[in-house]
Design a protein around this ligand. Structure first.
Ligand code: XMP
Length: 508
């Protein structure tokens, strides 16, 4: 078991960032809600208390009994620091002056291990409405800014620290050094959690857990399911049965290409052409949620039939990643359904199998690093996210094979154009939508009355928020004329300039 840091989440928007920064130091860490602390703490070498939108002065402020950590070092960040001060008799009051944004650490106690090699005048990021106005005698201030005297403090002689700024955001220029001082120097973590090590221990664990059992997995051609499958494959080889369903809503030629690359990777993969079943289930449906549900249901039915063809299969493999896990147990509770995502979510219940999820402790960028270690083709690892319901939620209104054909052509011109112009890697996700709108055009001497296609490309980190990509005009112009000239059925192209929120990335 890797050495671990426990991050207790009090609901801050930055909690995941703390975890990512710690992992960038090659130290494994886990996020747990403050009210679901693991019972056994002996695996943890340090604890970080996150920030929070709450105030410690609220009646129902999130709280934690700090004595349970005994001698494990603790670092409180923002709310975490205020909580430590408050619980030990310090005074936390509403800030009189603005404590939001950049500030400089004008006093730094360099004798303190937490602040080793943190420069005087180092820039930090503040974001709090409350401030610690006094700390008890046993505590001492170890860093200040001109307006925040108690920017950092510690309990004398103990490994208990609080900082009111956010070391995890990039605006705190030496934040990573501070976190390194905490996890490496103070907690003594060995920095040996690397993708290679992850692969080695995960494959060994999977071998032990799965033994000679058979596992079935649905692959999508995406990064997560591919990396998850390769890990399981390394552990149990041909006992892993992979299924790739053509739902008739994939990108142009995607089914053949992806199957080909899976075979090249040595996976035991079966391609299932289920286009007709999906089109049948989608007939006469145009309401977005009804379409998503029909696609999800049909997928489960087909996968279930295919999985039952494999004798004695005990496990269902899934490419669930860490943000999905955190989301489902977060302080705020599972987030409200805006769209019914994760169309394969109903699989485990339906199939009554044990579930194996080898990536459920990794963030997306870590999945890519693990994929690289496993030797997976960079073209697969660098692929944009693509929704499970595929083009089904990009064809507005009813889905027909003809609409799918039109959109596949449009999308293919757009995506290959992005690659040709060196823009594919610069955007987070891109795709085309087919609108149920006809407009008048002219081609040669003929009047046309055809459909409108919308192009969408976004810049994002995790898909939760996104900005529209400011693609060069000459690129847009070339792609637009290519589409209108080559794709029969489309005579107008528009570019989507909406950010998320308030729009979403997909149109349905
Ligand atoms: P939205 O449209 O909610 O999309 O801004 C955010 C990200 O999620 C993807 N997405 C889905 N992925 N099943 C999936 O596997 C779905 O039903 C689904 N809906 C949206 C979307 O492509 C984007 O990356």
């Amino acid at each position: 078991m890797a050495e671990q840091i426990l991050i207790l989440d009090f609901g801050s928007q930055y909690t995941q960032l703390i975890a990512r920064r710690v992992r960038e130091l090659n130290v494994y860490c886990e996020i747990h809600p403050y009210n679901h602390i693991p019972e056994i703490l002996s695996n943890y070498k340090g604890v970080i208390l996150s920030g929070s939108p709450c105030s410690v002065r609220d009646d129902r402020a999130p709280d934690v009994d700090l004595t349970i950590f005994k001698d494990i070092p603790v670092l409180g960040v923002c709310y975490g620091a205020q909580l430590i001060a408050h619980k030990n008799g310090g005074l936390v009051l509403p800030s009189q002056i603005r404590e939001y944004g950049r500030a400089l650490l004008t006093t730094v106690d360099h004798h303190n291990e937490l602040l080793k090699e943190i420069s005087i005048d180092s820039q930090v990021w503040m974001s709090h409405a409350d401030t610690i106005s006094s700390i008890p005698d046993e505590f001492e201030v170890i860093a200040s800014t001109p307006s925040v005297k108690i920017a950092a403090f510690r309990l004398r002689g103990k490994k208990l620290f609080g900082i009111q700024f956010h070391p995890e955001v990039t605006h705190t220029t030496e934040g990573k050094n501070l976190l390194r001082n905490f996890v490496v120097t103070i907690c003594g973590c060995a920095q040996d959690w690397t993708p290679d090590q992850f692969v080695e221990t995960t494959v060994a664990d999977l071998k032990q857990k799965l033994g000679n059992d058979k596992v079935v997995m649905a692959l999508s051609g995406g990064v997560d399911s591919t990396v998850a499958a390769m890990l399981v494959h390394q552990a149990i080889g041909k006992n892993l049965y992979c299924i790739f369903v053509d739902n008739g809503l994939l990108r142009k030629d995607e089914f053949e290409q992806v199957l080909h690359s899976y075979k090249g990777m040595g996976l035991n993969i079966k391609g299932v052409d289920a286009k007709e079943e999906f089109y049948k289930a989608l007939k006469n449906l145009s309401e977005p949620e009804a379409k998503r549900k029909a696609i999800g249901r049909t997928f489960i039915e087909i996968f279930d039939v295919e999985a039952h063809r494999i004798e004695d299969v005990k496990w269902l493999g899934q490419g669930t990643i860490y943000p999905d896990v955190i989301e489902s147990v977060s302080v705020k509770g599972p987030s409200a359904t805006i769209k019914s995502h994760h169309n394969v979510g109903g699989l485990p219940a339906k199939m009554k199998m044990k579930v194996v999820e080898p990536l459920n402790t990794l963030f997306k960028d870590e999945v890519r690093l693990v994929g690289k270690t496993l030797g997976i083709d960079p073209l697969i690892l660098g692929r944009h996210p693509f929704p499970g319901p595929g083009l089904g939620i990009r064809i507005l209104g009813e889905i027909t094979p003809e609409n799918v054909r039109i959109l596949q052509e449009v999308d293919s011109i757009f995506i290959s154009g992005l690659r040709k112009f060196g823009l594919y890697e610069k955007v987070w996700q891109a795709g085309a939508m087919l609108l149920p709108v006809y407009s008048v055009g002219v081609m040669g001497d003929e009047r046309t009355y055809e459909k409108v296609a919308a192009l969408r490309a976004v810049i994002s980190v995790d898909g939760m928020t996104a900005d529209w990509a400011h693609l060069p005009h000459d690129f847009l112009s070339e792609v637009s004329s290519d589409i209108i000239n080559k794709v029969k059925g489309v005579n107008r192209v528009v570019y989507d300039i909406s950010s998320k929120p308030p729009a979403t990335i997909e149109w349905e």
